[in-house]
Each structure stands twice: as C-alpha cells, then as structure tokens.
Design a protein around this ligand. Structure first.
Ligand SMILES: C[S@@+](CC[C@H](N)C(=O)[O-])C[C@H]1O[C@@H](n2cnc3c(N)ncnc32)[C@H](O)[C@@H]1O
Length: 240
C-alpha cells in the first residue's frame, strides 16, 4: 500500500490503483461540469461544429488527461481538431504555450480564430500533412486525443513515434483513443464517426500502443479504460 492511498491492497499499484482511480472519477465528474465556456471564441463555427465544441466534454471527459498536464506546460496537440483542448487549457490559464496541428484546414481555421481570444497563452495552430511536417520542437507535454483511429494504418507507427520524439526528456505523452471493445461501444463510436466524419474507422489495439511506448523507452504512468454514454475510452499516460 502506498503512503498516500487509502486502499489496503498490497502491493498497491500507485497511480494505477483502482481505489485512486475511483476517487478521481468522482472528482473528475465534478470538474468536467465546471469547464470554462469556450464557445464564444468560435463566432464563425457552423451548427455542427458548435454542438461538437459545447458537448464534446460530455462524451470525452477531459480532466482524466488534463490532470497530467503540469501548470505552465508547453503543449503540442497532434490532431487538435478545432483546438478545443488547447483553448480550454488557455481559458483555465493552465499552459504557457500551445501548438496544435491537424490535417483539416477547416478545423485549423476555427482553432486559429479562437486563439485570438487568448493572446496571453501563446497558442499557434497549423495544418499538418503528416507527422514529418510538424516542427521538431520539444514540448513538456504532447497529447494525441481520439486521433489514432483516423490515421491510415501505414502511418500509425510513425505518427506515434513522431509524437514521442517531440516530448522533452522527463516530459509527458498522453495518448487516448476510442476502445475496440466492448464491441457494442466500438460499434457506437463507428456509427458516430460515420455520421460526423463520413469514415468507417479502424481501431489500433491498445496493446500495440503499449508495445510502441515500451519500444520508445517510455515509462507508463497511467492506464485507464472507462466509458461515457455509449463511448468506451482508453487512456495511456507515458513519461519520457
Ligand atoms: C475525433 S477528432 C479529435 C479532435 C481533438 N483531438 C479532440 O479531442 O477534440 C479527430 C481529429 O483527428 C484529425 N485527423 C484525422 N486524420 C489525422 C492524421 N492522419 N493526422 C492527424 N490528425 C488527423 C481529424 O481531422 C480530427 O480533427
């Protein structure tokens, strides 16, 4: 049992301990309800985009990964979409700078416009063609949230290792994706992506991401699997 954990399990799994995750789950539910309203930073967003910005935290609760972003960190968000994570983190005054990249120029246009509402947070956004086109700067934290199942299979490994390459020594890589099981939840998310992105997605097995993390010499700090509404999520937090 670790000193700061109320569980009586020996040996306690530390940050991976079920008890701590349950306690955190309760705290997260409260924090997710208290997120800043960032919608006003997106004055030109269409109806579907506005719905996504407002309700994304309801299907993808963010504090489970925000808690691993230290105060004042520099953050690279790979597959940032409309930049809602970096914009939210800026609104929370949690980061010193953020750079978001995505293959969608439409999404990046919205993110760049939203960044103007948070000039103090040094937010920049750019369109990426592949991970190779992303500047090789190092960041305290690199996040890749719900992106891998959209990446073509032959580019997944290079994208994963490209993210790792951009993490400072001692920094954090947060990898989250939709789970390929249970099959009902995987199917529900496939239908979601078919409607929203017009794409029949293929998931990367979590074991593969774990193997790549280990091959890259990363230390696993947290592994979590959880559900929200019809959606099943997988989260890995690595330290470089
Ligand atoms: C479900 S959205 C997630 C957006 C954001 N990360 C979030 O959590 O709100 C998936 C994003 O991945 C982007 N994407 C798709 N293929 C990609 C690729 N090969 N490389 C980087 N991003 C990609 C899409 O344009 C989209 O913005």
């Amino acid at each position: 049992m670790s000193a700061d954990c109320p569980c009586e399990i020996s040996p306690c799994q530390g940050p991976l301990c079920d008890w701590r995750l349950w306690e955190r789950g309760v705290a997260f539910r409260l924090m997710d309800r208290a997120l800043p309203d960032i919608l006003s930073a997106y004055p030109t967003a269409g109806l579907l985009q506005r719905i996504m910005i407002r309700h994304r935290p309801d299907i993808c609760p963010p504090w489970r990964f925000y808690e691993h972003i230290p105060q004042g960190a520099s953050v690279l968000d790979v597959g940032c979409g409309m930049g809602s994570h970096l914009i939210t983190l800026a609104a929370l005054d949690r980061i010193s700078s953020g750079h978001g990249v995505d293959v969608s120029s439409r999404a990046i246009d919205q993110a760049a416009l939203a960044a103007k509402s948070y000039p103090r947070s040094n937010l920049t956004f750019e369109v990426m063609r592949s991970i190779d086109s992303v500047p090789k700067n190092k960041f305290d934290v690199v996040i890749m949230i719900d992106v891998m199942h959209h990446v073509p299979k032959d580019r997944r490994e290079s994208t994963f290792f490209g993210c790792v390459e951009r993490v400072k020594s001692g920094g954090i890589f947060i990898y989250k994706d939709m789970a390929d099981r249970p099959s009902f939840n995987a199917f529900a998310n496939r239908m979601h992506d078919l409607v929203i992105a017009g794409e029949w997605v293929r998931y990367l097995p979590l074991e593969t991401a774990l193997e790549w993390g280990s091959a890259a010499g990363l230390q696993l700090v947290r592994r979590a699997e959880y559900k929200k509404l019809f959606y099943a999520h997988e989260l890995l937090v690595f330290r470089s």
